[in-house]
Design a protein around this ligand. Structure first.
Ligand code: DON
Length: 571
């Protein structure tokens, strides 16, 4: 009997893992088997909002231990790669927009890029028809991942050693964490895809159904993280991890090579600065379209009395949608990787140009987008955003992605992480929509080493030159329009963080010519808009935003989107 009890105790001890957890078990308040979501709170020293409570908790702990917002960003991103495998990642990419305490803006581009053997027509069949199955799933859909390079490019702005920042992720991968109900449902839903697109067993598939509270162990991912801890970026882009990536690609039609991985570099870009009603808006430049679009939209509506129009009215929605229609037409024509295509950024952002674009705005009538084959908007939200601020005055806004839910669904055998399907963000053929319905042409055509155009829009707002808002969201092409709305909600409609994040959103992207709209707008307003010529298209959810607003007394009002498992933390 005693022996059985001892054995049981040992099993429980192993299961809860605290015997082995040097970081998580060291008296910290991060319990991976028992945690809850906190949607909204105000903090005075530091705050963070992410898509998962454990990532927010890790980020907050790191700042309590003397790290700044950049430390927390690195640790939270690594943690999301473990606890939020739908979008948090090692096998994807993204953009970090930061502003440090000395007022230096930092824009780190760690977007994936096309492998060296990629070709402009690689997703077209012999008749020239687009094959989205290949750009959206499996081995051929992946760009060369940028996340690990991005983390190391961020490290000079952090204060703590990398070893410390990666430790929570290693332990969470090795000793597991309890999955949420949403995650259990998603993993059950996507099981067939994981079986279809993999050549080796993956930790996300089990015989029985997943249930809320089940522990997800990722031992191979833990080993990959340990190689990164030991060897830095080379622990990912060279050596064993790189060999495992290439071996996986070779097992199933992939084209990524050791040279592609070794040559990958994160790039530093020049943040976009613009002014909206006296506030400074800091946005991310190409290869994301996000910063340009947000800035264009704000400039196009600035001459109008938005405050008088109010939130969710015919006047404000009509104006905002017409600005969106024009901006997305520009996106399709002019935007791509600036290292491969000359993006006319200066003109696209100039007041003159934008006022001209709105010259044909008719306050009583919807305009009509050029009539080409409409695309289908993909409505999953499988990118993820992190917003962080600290008392020193550092602001960090990171949006990162595998593209759609669980990326390519291909897990690198032996290395335990999911690869992106970011190649679908290229325009595979002029006029053919990608999974978000976005069309493009030459500017965003595939070329070796080129970065696919993104819509991600990590954004910072300053008031009188001081930190005011840190924000961002996933949502494909709806990202810049959501960021736009949240800025207007706060600056023009005086909303608090909770309302700006959670109130219903809408979206128009030129093509397809309809307004995507969440539940909750007044039926009279919708009717009126339909009578003006709009097609309204009800969607389940737009974005999963994370927003921090600095209050007049200096408190950080922090909100995580109600639409997901998102959660805030801080102190
Ligand atoms: O970079 C982009 O614009 C897309 N790959 C983002 C994908 C995304 O937000 C997923 N959520 N719907």
């Amino acid at each position: 009997m005693r022996k059985i009890r001892l054995l049981l105790l040992l099993i429980i001890f192993y299961h809860t893992g605290f015997a082995q957890l040097s970081w998580l078990g060291g008296g910290k308040k991060v319990d991976p088997y028992n945690y809850t979501q906190k949607k909204s709170a105000s903090y005075s020293n530091a705050s963070i909002a992410t898509a998962h409570p454990l990532a927010s908790a890790v980020g907050a702990e790191i700042m309590k231990e003397g790290g700044n917002a950049f430390d927390a960003g690195i640790a939270a991103q690594l943690t999301l790669a473990v606890v939020y495998p739908d979008a948090g990642n090692l096998g994807g990419g993204g953009f970090l927009l930061g502003r440090n305490k000395d007022g230096k803006n930092i824009a780190i581009d760690f977007r994936e890029e096309a492998p060296g053997h990629a070709t402009e027509d690689m997703y077209l069949d012999a008749d020239g028809n687009a094959q989205s199955e290949l750009s959206e799933n499996g081995h051929l859909s992946s760009g060369v991942p940028g996340t690990v390079a991005g983390l190391f490019a961020t490290l000079p702005y952090a204060k703590l050693p990398f070893d410390k920042l990666i430790e929570p992720a290693i332990e969470l991968a090795e000793y597991g964490f309890a999955i949420t109900e949403k995650q259990a449902d998603e993993l059950n839903e996507i099981k067939a895809d994981f079986i279809k697109y993999n050549t080796a067993p993956v930790p996300f598939v089990k015989v029985k159904s997943w249930e809320k509270g089940d522990t997800l162990y990722q031992p191979e991912l833990a080993e990959t993280l340990k190689r990164i801890k030991l060897n830095g970026a080379k622990g990912f882009y060279e050596g064993k991890t790189a060999a495992l990536i290439v071996a996986e690609m070779q097992r199933a039609n992939g084209i990524m090579t050791l040279a592609d991985l070794k040559n990958y570099k994160a790039k530093t870009r020049e943040a976009i600065l613009s002014d909206y009603r006296g506030y400074t808006i800091i946005g991310f430049p190409p290869p994301s379209s996000g910063g340009i679009i947000v800035s264009q939209l704000l400039t196009m509506i600035e001459p109008y009395p938005m405050r008088q129009y109010g939130y969710g009215t015919v006047a404000s929605m009509h104006l905002m949608v017409e600005a969106e229609r024009r901006s997305f037409a520009d996106r399709a024509e002019y935007m791509g990787d600036p290292d491969f295509w000359k993006v006319p950024q200066k003109t696209l952002l100039s007041k003159n140009y934008l006022q001209n674009r709105m010259k044909d705005f008719d306050p009583d009538k919807a305009s009509v987008s050029k009539n080409i084959q409409p695309g289908i908007i993909h409505e999953s939200d499988e990118t993820t955003h992190i917003s962080i601020i600290d008392k020193e005055g550092n602001m960090v806004s990171i949006t990162t992605t595998l593209n759609n839910s669980y990326g390519s669904k291909t897990v690198i055998g032996g290395a335990g992480f999911i690869m992106n399907d970011e190649m679908d963000d290229f325009s595979m053929k002029p006029g053919v929509p990608n999974m978000y319905g976005a069309v493009g042409g030459k500017a965003n055509a595939i070329a070796p080493g080129k970065r696919m155009l993104s819509s991600m829009a990590p954004t910072l707002v300053l008031k009188n030159g001081k930190p005011f808002i840190v924000l961002g969201t996933p949502g494909g092409t709806t990202i810049p329009t959501s960021v736009f709305q949240m800025i207007v909600d706060i600056i023009d409609f005086d909303m608090n963080a909770v309302d700006a994040v959670n109130k219903p959103k809408f979206h128009h992207q030129w093509l397809p010519d309809w307004v995507s709209i969440e539940n909750g707008f007044s039926p009279e307003v919708i009717n009126h808009l339909e009578n003006m010529g709009y097609t309204m298209h009800q969607v389940d959810g737009i974005g999963r935003s994370e927003l921090i607003k600095v209050m007049p007394g200096g408190l950080f009002e922090t909100d995580a989107d109600k639409r997901g498992d998102d959660s805030v933390d801080g102190f």
